[in-house]
Design a protein around this ligand. Structure first.
Ligand code: ZN
Length: 115
């Protein structure tokens, strides 16, 4: 990976981490337990529980993504950052911009090596 690309991906990682931290904060605010006698307007208690489950799932995914991004940030300066861990070819920049935590190219990630 060229230095300019490395810098670009590092910036993407930092900005994605910032956005995720904000998202996680607001999701956490919504994870309070659903109280049985809570006044929730037109929502039924079942709706509230379902909404909370969805919120919790989104929160889990956000936390997982955050840990992958933090990990990627820790690797960004290493010489093999951006190389596929399977075929060792450079992962295309398009993918690194979209998913900077990628450790495999699309072919290896999907198991479609074409070989
Ligand atoms: Zn690969």
């Amino acid at each position: 990976m060229r230095e300019l690309e490395r810098k670009e991906v590092a910036e993407i990682i930092v900005s994605q981490i910032g956005e995720l931290e904000k998202e996680i904060e607001s999701l956490k605010a919504n994870t309070a337990p659903v109280e049985p006698d809570r006044a929730i307007g037109r929502l039924t208690r079942m709706d509230a529980i379902q909404a909370k489950e969805i919120n919790d799932a989104v929160l889990r995914r956000a936390k997982l993504k955050l840990s992958k991004l933090s990990n990627a940030l820790g690797r960004v300066e290493s010489p093999d950052f951006g190389d596929c861990s399977i075929c060792e070819e450079p992962i295309p920049m398009g993918r690194m911009r979209l998913l900077p935590e990628s450790t495999r190219c699309v072919e290896c990630a999907t198991g479609n090596t074409g070989r």
